[in-house]
Design a protein around this ligand. Sequence first.
Ligand code: MG
Length: 471
Amino acid sequence: MKLKLLSLIALIGATLLSPGRADQPNFVVIFCDDLGYGDLRAFGNPTIKTPHLDRMAEEGQKWTQFYSADPICTPSRAGLLTGRYPIRNGMTSPKRGVLFPDSSLGLPAVEVTIAEVLKQRDYATAAVGKWHLGHLPQYLPTAQGFDSYYGIPYSNDMARIKGAPNYRQQTDDPDYYADTNDFDVPLMENDRVIEQPANQNTITRRYTERAVEFIEAHQKQPFFLYLAHSLPHIPLFVSTDFRGQSRRGLYGDVIEEIDWSVGQVLETLRRLDLAKNTVVVFTSDNGPWLSFKTHGGSAGPLRAGKGTTFEGGQRVPTVFWGPGFVKPGVVDGMGSTIDLLETFAHLAHADAPTDRKMDGYDLTPALIGKGPSPREEFFYWTMGKLHAARSGPWKLHFLQREAVQYSRLVPMDHPELYHLEKDISEAYEVSTTHPQIVKDLTAKAEAHLEDTADSLPEQLSARIPNFKYRR
Ligand code: MG
């Protein structure tokens, strides 16, 4: 009894004395752009050196079946920040896959972001890097729960200056290095443009400096840092310290600079004695952009890449790190960026929205090593259509995009079934030998479509036209 009382007093004392409180951990999301499943040493890459990410994976938790919310930029970000499939908030559409500099829309104000959820508990919040959920003032991070914003509002290849070389045509040369002044992309501070064109050669370094400054400035209160690198999306840019260093070439240089950045963030947390009270997630918004040849990344053993709903498009290399919370190891259960909102809300004792349909799961049991991941299904959406559904190891495709030039839909004469544990590369189609699995997954997909039917004005059938193939 006495011992119990003493340990209780010690626990209360440690909680009061330690910087930050255990019931309000800090959160850092490091979100890469177009980084493939096979681009990190911890996920099997043999040529790119990532010592900081290697260490992060060793000390933390590597998730081998973690999905981005969508295989392209805008909807992927909407899903991560809102904990909902992007079909629910209008951020995926059959007409335009992502937002462009001439878009007049963005993530609706009624959507609740992770930053807004954590504001209930007085978190300091910052977005650093690429936003891509609307560049007009009413859609910027500062309108969605973030105290501050520093970064580029859309992709780094948008607003190419007329007459500048076409990057796509240059990518036969693995060493081609673009002129940053060819892309009239603004760098913003809150809602002001502070540099245009943004000097992208130094952008990873400058995002990192901002991230470190934010952590230092808010070390005495709970904080949420969303650090969304605008690379390795093409055009590839890198600081002079890293250029020409990687055996993998320019793409490797870019990843090695991002790895350095990860090291800076984790080192800052250790130096300020915040490591034990912080959870850091490293992941990617979608798979590699394969049509850019060596300027794009690798999906490793997975089929296809960005823009497709094959595994290479959405299964992303993911590491959770947090010595005070995260049990080191490998998690082979499913997870998604869609789950971060529920997970952070749980850990921070904040409330996730209850007035709307949410799609995330609280991953805490798996993070702390007390149970498996609660996620047992995943629905693959892109361009406003449901392409595939997964339940356990089984995945059924209703629609497919071409593996490299993903703008083209591939005609399918029947849904295709794959067993993702026995066939990680989606190479062997087995629908004819497993009719019951096809039936069950079709039913799950139909139920999901009904559940999301109120999200779009179109009729259900218009959203998944080849559903006539269902058996
Ligand atoms: Mg992307």
